[in-house]
Design a protein around this ligand. Structure first.
Ligand SMILES: NC(=O)c1ccc[n+]([C@@H]2O[C@H](COP(=O)([O-])OP(=O)(O)OC[C@H]3O[C@@H](n4cnc5c(N)ncnc54)[C@H](O)[C@@H]3O)[C@@H](O)[C@H]2O)c1
Ligand SMILES: [Zn+2]
Length: 381
């Protein structure tokens, strides 16, 4: 077994789901630094369109394998000669996971289980696994009560949301709460099937790392945005959805009052964290937040998108809400800074400008209404 957890240039890196948004950017950064890259990806039509074509931006130096993380033979071939793995392949829509429950568990939990099972039962040289987890595992973020101090409130009730009461209150004294940065130690409270699959992925990797001595790095990404995010996938990616809406001349639907707090992190910062995880020296498994560390609102994002597009601010407020949406969550980066050396560097305005100018040149397919009607059909909106 290889115990050196620092993966050096020249090593062969496998990225499952590497044809996707975060994977493809990670792939470019790895090649630039002299790593060799193999991608295994199913080319899911929800992300890559009905033609299931490999995106044009995937570098020719990459070894591409079409394969499914649920398939033992595909994974056995994919891990041959590999020094480290980024495990990114997943179904990623929070709302969609609430009615495609089996599909989400099958790919996210089953696929991770299959990957670790194949590693446990074959000769290989994999010396590190980096897992893309999500801030979704936290549920609501951390808050502070003026009377009681720091609190971790439960999810808002449907009754309150139906009365358009969007704020969040102290579970002990009832005072309105203010949000705080959320650190890795916050008790996990997944509130969607997607979030639960991410939590199970983390736990499987933690147990596997402890058992087999192969270091695992869990990265909890916040709301990632940037170029190459699938513009035709209405089930995830609020940045891509807003840009697609406004570019096709439709108003942007704002759920709740638009003042939900989110942490929008540019994909280039996420890639930086991914690379740091590869050279991070660790013997067991470790978990780090990957965000911007800044609380912005959904409305801030919508406004920036319109400004960059030179479009009028056409927002649709219908008092709509999605069951299971949290009010606020943004990253505490203390541990990522000290443990990983991570520091976000892309200013929000510059990141949104980059996303918008890229999206203008892309083919877009605005399917948001389809995604919203599926939620309504299941009484989730
Ligand atoms: N984008 C975000 O804001 C965000 C936030 C938190 C966590 N994450 C996680 O980061 C990872 C990458 O997300 P992304 O935004 O790049 O998504 P993406 O949809 O662009 O990429 C995922 C890739 O996985 C592939 N895939 C899906 N099912 C597969 C299967 N069964 N076998 C092989 N490949 C399969 C898809 O074809 C796609 O190319 C995911 O695990 C996601 O849960 C993303
Ligand atoms: Zn209180």
């Amino acid at each position: 077994m290889n115990n050196n957890s620092i993966i050096v240039p020249g090593s062969l890196i496998l990225i499952t789901g590497g044809a996707g948004f975060i994977g493809s950017h990670t792939c470019d950064a790895l090649l630039e630094r002299g790593y060799r890259v193999r991608i295994m990806d199913l080319l899911d039509p929800q992300v890559h369109g009905p033609g299931r074509k490999l995106p044009a931006w995937i570098d020719r130096r990459v070894e591409f394998m079409r394969g499914d993380v649920r398939n033992r033979d595909d994974l056995s071939r994919a891990i041959a000669g590999v020094d480290a793995i980024y495990h990114f392949a997943a179904q990623t829509g929070v709302g969609q996971s609430m009615y495609e429950i089996h599909g989400y568990c099958d790919v996210n939990v089953g696929g991770t289980a299959m990957l670790l099972d194949v590693l446990a039962n074959s000769d290989h040289r994999v010396a590190k696994i980096v897992l893309s987890s999500s801030r979704a595992v936290y549920g609501e973020g951390a808050y502070s009560c003026p009377a009681c101090g720091p609190v971790f409130p439960p999810l808002r009730g449907r009754e309150a949301l139906e009365k358009s009461e969007w704020r969040i209150f102290c579970p002990s004294c009832g005072a309105p709460l203010e949000s705080l940065p959320t650190a890795e130690g916050k008790p996990l409270a997944p509130i969607s099937v997607y979030a639960e699959t991410k939590r199970v992925q983390e736990e499987l990797l933690r147990i596997f790392s402890a058992t087999y001595g192969i270091p695992g790095v869990v990265l909890r990404y916040f709301n990632v945005y940037g170029t190459r995010q699938a513009l035709g996938n209405p089930y995830t990616g609020i940045g891509a959805i807003f840009v697609t809406r406004r570019l096709s001349g439709s108003p942007i639907s704002i759920y709740e009052d638009g003042l939900q707090g989110r942490d929008f992190v540019n994909v280039r910062d996420v890639v930086r964290a991914n690379l740091l995880a590869l050279t991070h020296e660790t013997s067991g498994s470790e978990t780090f937040n990957v965000g911007s560390g800044e609380r912005l609102t959904v409305l801030d994002l919508a406004r920036h998108v319109c400004r960059e597009l030179g479009a009028t601010e056409e927002f649709l407020y219908q008092g709509q809400f999605r069951v299971g949406d949290i009010r606020d969550c943004f990253a505490d980066l203390g541990k990522s800074r000290s443990g990983l050396g991570y520091e976000p560097a892309v200013p929000f305005a510059a990141g949104v400008a980059e996303l918008v100018s890229w999206a203008r040149g892309e083919q877009r397919d605005d399917r948001l209404e389809e995604a919203e009607s599926a939620l309504r059909l299941h009484n989730l909106m």
